[in-house]
Design a protein around this ligand. Structure first.
Ligand code: UT7
Length: 332
């Protein structure tokens, strides 16, 4: 029997309708369109305005889009992995609710939290289960309602993040397509530089933590930027070397969308032409777990069977990594 590889066989996505532009942010905090555009590449981001809807709403929409487009029967899905940093609630895994709502009645489900690398790590987990032969259909969803944890009086963070979701279905492949290799890393040194202080077991929620705005994201942007640039560029270069890939062999870079300058630095290290570097940060900002699958959703029409894609991410923790994947289908 030929070796089983884990291929992506369908993708889906969803972003909310409400657009928060740089111009509107100018009226909320001391910032301007020129600063945001030149420092980050972001022009606008989507926000889920409905107060009674959480990350599950975004995840369900992306999953339903995938199921409908691919004609997949949800009852055949074995496992639903929800990559997210903003679960609906601290207890009761959001993935379980999402799986039930989309009709994945025979699946087991759980959340995976690794900040901006959640989806990348989820790809690795899904692939390992598929390669082992244990499961046949695994849905990996990356979804985050970042607006629920952002302080809209803090100009250092509120200009960066947006809400969104994307999904990918992993299935066995016998032609050698799908995930080829990965390098995943983490380093606890990052904990101080990108975090939410309160609401966890170390500092449970109290009136005081709320008054101190400690339930919002804090980021030391300059430090995170420094680590992101060197680690993401290094690891992407490393996976190319490990697999004897030159810049000509790589068809597309699917990079985490945190800052246009970080993406460009990674692409430059890989010596990639601009056309191979997929970018949608200008439309969505940083959607955390959703950036990678939203790139697949937006650019699926470009991919051809056999294309070599390099995925790369860097996020809080720190967590980072790179995956080399051969695309498995031509879009109908
Ligand atoms: O996705 C997870 C991983 N996250 C990342 O990879 C994000 C990494 N970091 C970044 O992308 C960048 O550091 C930021 C976009 C967050 C900030 O850009 P920067 O070029 O590093 O700016 P900075 O923080 O060094 O700030 C430069 C100046 C400061 O003013 P002074 O001290 O030079 O007078 C800031 O106070 O810009 C000021 N500033 C702003 N000005 C206008 C900070 N935020 C803003 C703002 N508008 N929104």
């Amino acid at each position: 029997m030929s070796k089983i590889t884990a291929a992506i066989t369908a993708v889906g996505g969803y972003v909310p309708d409400f657009v928060l532009s740089n111009k509107v942010l100018e009226t909320m905090v001391d910032t301007n369109d020129e600063w945001i555009t030149s420092r980050t590449g972001i022009k606008e981001r989507r926000i889920l305005k409905d107060k009674d809807k959480g990350t599950s709403f975004l995840a369900i929409k992306a999953a339903e889009d995938l199921l409908q487009k691919s004609g997949t029967n949800p009852a055949e899905i074995d496992m639903v992995l929800l990559a997210t940093t903003t679960p609906d609630m601290p207890v009761a895994a959001t993935a379980v609710y999402v799986a039930s709502k989309i009709g994945a009645v025979n699946a087991f489900a759980y959340d995976l939290q690794a900040a901006c690398s959640s989806f990348l790590y989820g790809m690795s987990t899904a692939a390992a289960y598929i390669q082992s032969g244990r499961y046949k259909k695994i849905l990996v969803i990356g979804a985050d309602k970042m607006s629920s944890i952002i302080d809209y009086t803090d100009r250092a963070t509120c200009i960066i993040f947006g809400d969104g979701a994307g999904a990918a279905l992993f299935e066995p492949n016998h032609e050698g397509l799908g995930l080829q290799d990965e390098i995943l890393r983490s380093d606890g040194i990052g904990r101080e530089y990108l975090k939410i202080d309160a609401g966890g077991s170390l500092l449970p929620a109290s009136h005081e933590t709320v008054d101190n705005r400690q339930h919002y994201v804090f980021q030391d942007g300059k430090t995170v930027f420094k680590y992101a640039v060197s680690n993401m560029a290094d690891i992407s270069d490393k996976i190319m070397q490990k697999n004897n890939l030159t810049h000509d062999d790589v068809n597309y870079l699917i990079s985490h969308q945190a800052n246009r300058r970080i993406i460009d630095a990674t692409a430059s290290r890989m010596k990639l032409d601009e056309a191979k570097v997929l970018v949608n940060i200008e439309k969505y900002g940083n959607t955390t777990s959703a950036t990678l699958p939203l790139l697949l959703y937006d650019f699926e029409h470009l991919f051809k069977k056999g294309d070599n894609l390099i995925f790369a991410s860097f996020g809080g923790g720190f967590t980072w990594g790179s995956i080399y994947l051969k695309w498995a289908y031509d879009k109908k």
